[in-house]
Ligand binder design. Structure first.
Ligand SMILES: *[C@@H]1O[C@H](CO)[C@@H](O)[C@H](O)[C@H]1NC(C)=O
Ligand SMILES: *[C@@H]1O[C@H](CO)[C@@H](O)[C@H](O)[C@H]1NC(C)=O
Ligand SMILES: *[C@@H]1O[C@H](CO)[C@@H](O)[C@H](O)[C@H]1NC(C)=O
Ligand SMILES: *[C@@H]1O[C@H](CO)[C@@H](O)[C@H](O)[C@H]1NC(C)=O
Ligand SMILES: *[C@@H]1O[C@H](CO)[C@@H](O)[C@H](O)[C@H]1NC(C)=O
Ligand SMILES: [Ca+2]
Length: 527
């Protein structure tokens, strides 16, 4: 088994040997020149470049020293973990060391002495670099695999996390998910996040130690059982949305949720046999270099692509300065077998000297003006060199001219502003009464109702009179017997007929309430 695994690992770079050169010097009828190809680095043992963090604080055993036992020997609790003694300590780095034959070294957690409080631990692996997985992630547990755990991944150096796979001896009970097997996935579901029961059953702690995240089985959906048809996989990686990203990570997190129970229920009288112990975490992958590099080196504490094709950046994700006459593109696996380099081109190489700051791929010569101009500027830019922002956008002062985020939408409030354009700092031009950068506020003494209108009444100068109440600065609600904008006019004076019935009903609460309701209703209908 071990031999087989070694053999597979050995064969992997061969099987994936395509795309391993970025350029070659060829001689054509026009003389010798460089020819460029899509290229990617070889797969590596990524555990050699990882930083690890184990949470919560105090979860690693040995401080204070502690005894533990094993499921095979539950009443012989003579093993000891002691952080201050190098021979008995189990720090996190022992998950990534290289082990002498037959001698497992491992990180170990405290025991479940706080039962029934759950025994929880997070192991977070960070590379500070995007990595494309090329083989299974294999986590090796000494003393039994957890009965519940979860694998999570991040694509943005730990800012956001997503579930990657769930593991439990009973998926329904632990996560409310049906159990599935990666082998049963189809081409359209190859990037499904699922719960598996294959790696959580008790089979004796020595017998089955490994928990897999099955990259190989997912590749096999496209490349066949021995990954012989890699061309098909590469074609799929180019065309199937989200498939490439599914195998890309910057960080991984194992959330250990329930330890091995030895195939039975938790025995409260002996909690010293419940804990986690991880001897190895194997992650095989390659640096993501967007098919613009075939080398990835460890420099200044992190992995870096050695970018070709006049690209630059940690992932070769941008064009080098002075090579931005068209926008950056990742290389492509297609057409087979050598792919397309999609190299960045020097300013001036296409048409005279037409820089488009990476917002356009095309220049065009306009005959009657005798100028070369960029065509179809993207990222909301415009102008001969895509150097201006489109109307309705303004210049992002913290972005360079070749940044995708160089233009920011003005976002002027339609009701409050004169038009949808703004000045260089993003201020819109407001209609009367409106204010704020986006004109979505009202000046004092104005109220908002699909735009700003001058107050009809308020609590200071425009007081409703004769006991009237001011409704949302829009109108006075007058007691029976009074009318006018500020209820300043008695109905008696205005119209003798109104007088008789009005006496006694002045300010009747129900009348005011009705008037408020009617106004409310009007407001709703207006909306
Ligand atoms: C583990 O990480 C998750 C976030 O992914 C967090 O909610 C949880 O509290 C962490 N658990 C521990 C024990 O630190
Ligand atoms: C991560 O990598 C970037 C780019 O190489 C580097 O500037 C940064 O310092 C690194 N951060 C850490 C925490 O190592
Ligand atoms: C990158 O730029 C250099 C220097 O101008 C040039 O010799 C080389 O051919 C360019 N490479 C590609 C892939 O365009
Ligand atoms: C301005 O550009 C910077 C740098 O690219 C970017 O981080 C920021 O989000 C941009 N601001 C807006 C509002 O888009
Ligand atoms: C944009 O308009 C605001 C508000 O009128 C003003 O304070 C700001 O100075 C203007 N910015 C520029 C660059 O004109
Ligand atoms: Ca180890």
């Amino acid at each position: 088994m071990l031999y087989l695994a070694a053999l597979l690992l050995h064969c992997l770079p061969l099987a994936m040997g395509q795309y391993d050169i970025c350029k070659s010097w060829v001689t054509t009828d026009d003389g010798p020149s460089w020819e460029f190809y899509a290229c990617q680095p070889k797969a590596m043992r990524m555990k050699d470049y990882v930083t690890v963090r184990v949470d919560p604080a105090g979860i690693t055993c040995g401080d204070p020293p502690e005894r533990f036992c094993t499921h095979e020997n539950p009443y012989l609790c003579s093993d000891e973990c002691d952080a201050s003694n190098p021979d008995l300590a189990h720090p996190p780095r022992l998950m990534f060391d290289s082990e002498a034959e037959g001698l497992a070294t491992y990180w170990q957690s405290v025991t479940w002495r706080r039962y029934p409080e759950p025994l929880l631990a997070n192991i977070t692996l960070s590379w500070n670099k995007s990595i494309e997985l090329t083989d299974d992630i294999v986590i090796t547990f000494e003393y039994g695999r957890p009965t519940a755990m979860m694998l999570e991944k991040s694509l943005d150096n730990g800012r956001t996390w997503h579930p990657y796979q769930y593991y439990a001896d009973d998926c329904m009970e632990a996560f409310g998910m049906p159990a599935r097997r990666v082998r049963d996935l189809s081409a359209s579901s190859a990037n499904r996040v699922l719960c598996t029961e294959e790696f959580s059953r008790w089979a004796g702690s020595k017998k089955e130690k490994n928990v897999h995240f099955q990259v190989r089985d997912r590749f096999a959906i496209f490349a066949g059982p021995d990954l012989k048809n890699m061309d098909n996989l590469y074609t799929r990686l180019e065309s199937a949305k989200g498939l490439k990203d599914f195998f890309t990570v910057t960080d991984l997190r194992m959330r250990l949720l329930r330890p091995a129970l030895g195939g039975t229920y938790v025995q409260r009288e002996n909690l010293y046999k419940y804990f986690y112990a991880v001897s190895n975490i194997e992650v095989t992958g390659r640096c993501k270099c967007n098919l613009h590099a075939n080398l990835c080196t460890f420099r200044e504490g992190s992995l870096q692509c050695e970018c070709e094709h006049n690209t630059t950046g940690q992932d070769c994700g941008k064009c080098k300065k002075n090579f931005r006459s068209r926008s950056w593109r990742a290389g492509s696996y297609l057409p087979l077998p050598n792919g397309s380099p999609n190299a960045c081109a020097a300013a001036g190489s296409a048409f005279g000297n037409c820089e488009c700051y990476g917002h356009s791929n095309r220049c065009s010569y306009i005959d009657f003006l005798n100028v070369v101009t960029c065509v179809s500027c993207k990222h909301n830019t415009r102008g001969q060199h895509c150097q201006h922002c489109r109307l309705g956008f303004y210049r992002n002062s913290s972005a360079e001219l070749d940044d995708e985020n160089v233009c920011i939408e003005c976002n002027c409030n339609q009701m409050g502003s004169m038009h949808d354009r703004c000045n260089e700092t993003g201020y819109c031009e407001c209609r009367e009464g409106a204010t704020g950068p986006k004109c979505d506020d009202c000046l004092p003494n104005y109220y908002w109702r699909q735009g700003c209108f001058p107050n009809v009444c308020d609590d200071e100068l425009l007081l409703c009179q004769n006991g009237g109440t001011c409704y949302q600065n829009q109108r006075c609600i007058c007691p029976v017997g009074f009318k006018g904008v500020l209820c300043q006019q008695s109905r008696c004076e205005a119209d003798k007929k109104d007088c008789d019935g009005a006496y006694g009903a002045r300010g009747s609460p129900s009348a005011v309430l009705l008037a408020v309701l009617a106004l409310q209703l009007r407001a709703w209908v207006d909306l």
